[in-house]
Ligand binder design. Structure first.
Ligand SMILES: [Mg+2]
Length: 269
């Protein structure tokens, strides 16, 4: 079974399902709270259904771990793989028609982040596809990507997740970084923002809130590592958490070790 071919097909179907509602008031209609803890909106469920239908078409038996549906057995046969998805990452942008959102799918043989083997992040509006296979490099629309060589904070373009962040965390944890740096961004679609580090569009992305779900970053984690970048806990440890819809984490993603160390030291000061 060629997972990458299947994920490419499924991601395009999810993308088309999401585009039917993109920027329309219909996209935002809520259908209760999803497994990840946020309200499942019509656009999320449409993309999730497109994935489940696509897996069904290929007669795949697996354990689906989805931000909306939670953990769910798919297919009639024994399950040898976990398929982890955030059907739409950046739903708030998608509902408002802002062009930063992605379909996220990853495949692992175990329920652990470090074992993810195949990953895809599909930029819904721009039709840009980021892919990676373990030990096989990372790609943007089929072309090999690598992160930037920017090594100091002053020159770096740094993404920071600021959604519902505590004011004291901005001051105590990020204050020195904001003093040392010049260029900061938050696009509101973490899956994509980590891919921007992988392809050198930005130099780092930081989420210290402890609120990001593993379903949001599971595919980008492999894509950034395969591109040659760094993604670790804020303390510098390996990121390895269970692949569950409720699992949350903090991390620092950086284009290279020098920049990672500079950011880490600035945060600790
Ligand atoms: Mg989502």
């Amino acid at each position: 079974m060629n997972w990458m071919d299947i994920l490419q097909e499924c991601a395009q179907k999810m993308r088309k399902a999401a585009l039917r509602y993109y920027g329309s008031p219909k996209a935002a209609v809520g259908f209760g709270v999803g497994a990840g803890g946020d309200t499942s909106k019509r656009i999320d469920l449409a993309a999730e259904k497109a994935l489940i239908d696509c897996l069904g078409k290929h007669e795949i038996s697996c354990t689906l771990v989805s931000e909306e549906a939670g953990t769910k057995k798919i297919g009639l046969g024994p399950s040898e793989h976990y398929v982890i998805t955030d059907p739409v990452d950046g739903t708030t942008n998608a509902v408002r028609g802002l062009p930063f959102s992605a379909n996220v799918i990853a495949v692992s043989k175990t329920p652990w982040l470090k074992d993810v083997e195949t990953a895809i992040v599909s930029d819904i509006v721009h039709d840009i596809t980021y892919t990676a296979q373990k030990n096989g490099g990372a790609f943007r629309n089929g072309k090999r990507i690598e992160p930037s060589k920017t090594a100091n904070i002053e020159d770096a373009l740094i993404g920071v997740d600021l959604n519902t962040i505590k004011l004291e965390d901005i001051v105590n944890k990020l204050g020195n970084l904001f003093k040392a740096g010049k260029h900061f961004r938050h696009f509101g679609a973490n899956a994509q923002e980590i891919c921007y580090v992988a392809d050198g569009s930005t130099d780092a992305f930081i989420d210290l809130r402890g609120k990001l779900r593993v379903t949001d970053m599971v595919a980008s984690y492999l894509i950034l590592r395969e591109a040659g970048g760094i993604i670790v806990t804020p303390e510098g440890k390996e990121l390895n958490v269970p692949l569950e819809a409720t699992q949350r984490l903090s991390f620092i993603a950086a284009s290279n070790n020098k920049l990672y160390k500079a950011i880490k030291n600035t945060l600790n000061n």
